[in-house]
Design a protein around this ligand. Structure first.
Ligand SMILES: [Cu+2]
Length: 178
């Protein structure tokens, strides 16, 4: 259902942008009227640019300092009880296994055969319980312990082409092993 809404929202967005272009195109007046407006906005632009650069630098320092996360790379990347491979394709998920016991840690080794995809696991309330990027020539290890048995769904979180919304895969989580 969400995929359907996203598709319709995209169409609406495209229509809105087209309408704005049309409006501007039809209302475009004499270039001479443009001078004073341009001067005023260019003055604002200098400060706005400085502000964006400062904001970007601050955000980068705050968010990138911890990379790469030690839980998925380096010494802390201990073996999980279940390890399984996931490969994203245009437009389907290839998974070594799609059934897991609840309460056991699973390490999803996620990669892609073509373009970037987003590997996201949703529970039956359509909430994301875990997600990572599926990237070509690189493996991201996503560790997750399913708490509740049930049916989960994998969706693609990265727009990857025409049939992006078709990239779904079901995961079954059974009662704990022990
Ligand atoms: Cu995709």
């Amino acid at each position: 259902m969400y995929q359907e809404i996203a598709w319709q929202a995209s169409l609406l967005g495209v229509a809105l942008i087209a309408a704005v272009f049309l409006y501007v195109g039809l209302r475009a007046g004499n270039p001479a009227d443009f001078g004073p407006i341009k001067r005023r906005l260019y003055a604002v632009r200098t400060y706005w640019f400085a502000f964006l650069v400062a904001l970007g630098a601050w955000l980068s320092v705050e968010t990138l300092a911890d990379l790469p996360y030690s839980t998925t790379h380096g010494e802390a990347a201990r073996p999980a009880e279940i390890t399984t491979e996931v490969t994203g394709h245009q437009w389907y998920w290839e998974m070594d296994r799609t059934a897991f016991p609840a309460g056991t840690e699973v390490a999803f080794e996620v990669t892609s055969a073509d373009v970037n995809h987003g590997f996201a696991i949703y529970n039956d309330d359509d909430r994301v319980v875990a997600q990572t990027q599926a990237m070509p020539d690189y493996t991201n290890v996503l560790r997750h312990t399913f708490r509740e048995p049930g049916t989960y769904r994998v969706l693609c979180l990265e727009y990857c082409g025409l049939a992006h919304h078709k990239m779904t895969q079901e995961i079954t989580v059974t009662a704990p092993d022990r």
